[in-house]
Every structure is written in structure tokens, then in C-alpha cells.
Design a protein around this ligand. Structure first.
Ligand code: PLP
Length: 415
């Protein structure tokens, strides 16, 4: 994309702005689906809304036959608002009120119970509706410590906090609560999403195995869905400091291999569900920001832009994301500088120690592969949330979110 095109877009939406690549997003959906469905069918891809709930993207998934995976009432209501079939919504998450749970059950959504408190609510609901079948899912807590004792759970936590301890399923839920084995409450899905440090195939092998074994042992006749969750690496930009990450085919091979080796799965042919977020959207969004000033302080050069690290990496990780300089005119000699953001925080550094000709005020910097956990985690900190454009191909750009206004930000404050 050349300088003129970007300047033109920025003059319409304001700078900075996000740019969504529709084709890449659709391709990720197609490639993930092909990798898994060619190895195990039936198969469902449920897009993780929390990763990037831009309605434009959620609508693409809906239109392509994917499901919605939500973790809060806000996300659940969004899925309904954009016209998702409630029966194609998976409702996860650790905090659901009795009203949320009842709504999901009334609507026939796939509710995954995360705690015994939730199970209590579901059981009471089943008691109140004796004539109806109430299908539910259980989120199973997965242990991911390897033979060396190293835990692969996010932040190397020994024990993750989501879902039900498999031990409890054995002792309390089944033996003390006969409801789970019959009557009108039926466990039709087991869910095992676990956020990991390494997104490795081994983790998916353990998750799939644990779910199949739990199904076979406790719910052999009722479980119809095995949901391994998300947590896959996406396609990696060549400038990212990760090499040799598993491909979609690599993940699908491992998961389907476990299913094929399970007598229970071979007989019952459960539907395989995945809930990708990062793998769908990370590489499909870029951020474009304009250079405002260049200054030299002592030995250091700072290029200040109108965007912020809050827009590109709200977790403030140390990686320089892939980027490109889109300049108006001729480049000068190479120098080393930091690209720093529009907020008043010293740590608002979008790119550190970059060596290239210094961009000039008015030039643009495009930061790529920032689609996951950015838009949804960007508060209106100091500046309003930027506009979002979708590149629909053939030179067509569609505004899919307007730049936030002062009135919008403060509309629910009492003045
Ligand atoms: C239940 C659930 N499903 C899916 C995901 C998506 O994970 P990722 O974006 O790593 O694919 C998450 C993320 O934490 C999650 O909590």
C-alpha cells in the first residue's frame, strides 16, 4: 500500500487507524476448517469473540457457517445482536449469572459449566423443567505438566483455574448427583480449552486424550461433542521472532490422531469443536499511525507517532511487531531510534531500537499482525479508540468502526 493511498484513507477516517484484511481472515477460517475437517468429521469452528469481537469479523464467521464462542453476557448478547443462531453459540467463561445461564438454556445455546455453583443453577433449572431435555457441556480442567514436571499452562502455573476438577466429576458430581447421568440433564459436550505457554501439539494431545477418556468413563452415551478450545499458533509473519511453529495441519493431525485411537470416539463419532482466536485474526489486522515529530535527546532519537503501544500491544510485551515505513519522499542515512506513542507514559514504546532511515513527520508506520487481544483491550486511555477500515480487495475499503467521539466516551458518565 503506497503513501498516497494511506494518506487518502487517513484523511477520511483520521489517523491512526486499524486496517483489517478480509481475505486473510477468511483464508484462516478456510485453512483451519480444511485441516481439521479433512481428518475428522463432523467438525465445527467456533470463533473466540474475546480475541477480537469486531462485528464485521464475527459476521464473516457466521456467514461462513462458523459458530460463536463467547465468555460473557456482553459477548453473548453481541452474537445474538449480529444475528447468530443461538444454537450456534458456545457460552464459556467463569462468571455467568443465573439469568445468563437460563437465557442460554432457553435459547438452546451450548452452555459449558465452569464451576459447581453453575452446576447448581443448571440442576435447579432442570428440576423446574421436568418435561424437557436440558443438554449441557462441562469444562474439564486439564493438567499440563510434562514428564519433567514442567507445567505448560500460561505463565507456567502449576494448576489452571478453569473448569471442573476431573476428580470431582468422579466423586461428587456423578455419585452424589445422579442427575448428571440421566433424568432431564444431559452432558453432551466436554470442553478443555487451556491457555498454554507454548501452544504446542503435545498440549492438544493431552487435552484431546483427557476429554475422550472422561467421556468414555463417565458419559459414554451422552457426549456428542469434544471441544479442544483454542490456543493454536496462527500463520507466522516472517519478521516475528518465532520459528517452526506448528501449522494448522500439524495441530489437526495430533487431535484427529487421538480421536482415531480412542475406541469410544471411533464408535461414537463425536463432533470435534475448536475455538481459535489468535490463529484466526492475529495476522489479519494492521495498525497505521502517522509520525508527528522526531527528536533527539542526548544520544537517543525518538520518533513520536499519533498512535500508541496501547493500540498495538496493550500487554506491553517486548517484541517489535512486524512493521513497514510508508514514506512521502526520499530516505536518508540509517540511524537507530525508538518509535514512541501518543500517551504520557515513558513505556509507551511501539518499536524499540529500529535501525533504518528516520521517518519524517507526515510519514506513516504500519504495524502488522496485531489482530489478537488489541482492539478488545484498548481502553480510551488519553485518546479515543481509532477507526477501523476493512480492506475488501480490489481497492475497496469499508469503514467498520468509526473513530470514537468525546460524546460516546462520556455518554454514561454523570456530568
Ligand atoms: C475458552 C476459550 N476458548 C478459546 C480461546 C482462544 O484462544 P486463542 O486466542 O489463544 O486461540 C480462549 C482464550 O483464552 C478461551 O479462553
Amino acid at each position: 500500500m503506497d503513501y498516497k493511498t494511506i494518506q487518502n484513507l487517513a484523511s477520511q477516517t483520521g489517523s491512526p487507524f486499524y486496517l483489517v484484511d478480509r481475505q486473510k481472515f477468511e483464508q484462516n477460517f478456510n485453512d483451519l476448517t480444511a485441516a481439521f475437517r479433512s481428518r475428522w468429521s463432523p467438525f465445527i469452528l467456533a470463533y473466540s469473540y474475546k480475541t477480537n469481537y469486531l462485528p464485521y469479523l464475527c459476521g464473516i464467521v457466521r456467514d461462513k457457517g462458523g459458530w460463536a464462542e463467547v465468555v460473557s453476557r456482553m459477548e453473548y448478547d453481541l452474537a445474538l445482536k449480529i444475528g447468530c443462531d443461538p444454537k450456534k453459540i458456545i457460552f464459556n467463561g467463569p462468571v455467568k449469572t443465573a439469568a445468563d445461564i437460563e437465557l442460554a438454556l432457553e435459547n438452546g445455546s451450548m452452555l459449558n459449566v465452569d464451576s459447581q455453583s453453575e452446576l447448581q443453577i443448571v440442576t435447579e433449572y432442570a428440576d423446574q423443567h421436568p418435561g424437557r431435555q436440558i443438554p449441557i457441556g462441562l469444562r474439564i480442567n486439564i493438567g499440563l505438566s510434562d514428564a519433567a514436571g514442567t507445567s505448560h499452562i500460561q505463565n507456567s502455573l502449576k494448576t489452571g483455574r478453569f473448569g471442573l476438577d476431573p476428580k470431582i466429576i468422579n466423586s461428587e458430581l456423578i455419585t452424589k448427583n445422579s442427575k448428571l447421568q440421566g433424568n432431564n440433564l444431559k452432558v453432551i459436550s466436554l470442553h478443555g480449552h487451556t491457555s498454554t505457554t507454548d501452544r504446542s501439539q503435545w498440549c492438544f494431545e493431552v487435552i484431546t486424550k483427557t476429554l475422550c477418556e472422561t467421556a468414555e468413563k463417565y458419559f459414554p452415551d451422552t457426549v456428542k461433542m469434544i471441544n479442544v478450545g483454542g490456543g493454536f499458533f496462527g500463520k507466522m509473519h516472517p519478521d516475528m521472532p518465532f520459528t517452526d511453529t506448528p501449522s494448522f495441519d500439524d495441530y489437526a493431525e495430533v487431535v484427529s490422531g487421538v480421536l482415531q485411537n480412542s475406541d469410544w470416539a471411533q464408535t461414537k463419532k463425536p463432533t470435534l469443536i475448536i475455538e481459535p482466536g489468535v490463529a484466526m485474526v492475529a495476522d489479519a489486522v494492521s495498525f497505521i499511525t502517522r509520525v508527528v515529530s522526531v527528536k533527539s535527546i542526548r544520544d537517543k532519537i525518538f520518533v513520536t507517532v499519533d498512535g500508541s503501544a496501547f493500540n498495538t500491544k496493550p500487554t506491553f510485551h517486548a517484541i517489535n511487531m512486524p512493521h513497514a515505513f510508508i514514506r512521502k519522499s526520499v530516505e536518508g542515512p540509517e540511524q537507530t531510534f525508538d518509535v514512541v506513542g501518543s500517551t504520557c507514559m515513558e513505556k509507551d514504546i511501539l518499536l524499540k531500537d529500529i535501525t533504518t532511515p528516520i521517518p519524517q513527520p507526515g510519514d506513516f508506520i504500519r504495524i502488522d499482525s496485531i489482530g489478537a487481544y488489541t482492539l478488545v483491550m484498548t481502553p480510551p486511555f488519553i485518546n479515543p479508540a481509532p477507526a477501523i477500515l476493512a480492506d475488501e480487495g480490489g481497492g475497496n475499503y469499508k469503514l467498520v468502526r468509526k473513530k470514537q467521539t468525546l460524546e460516546e466516551i462520556f455518554s454514561n458518565y454523570i456530568m
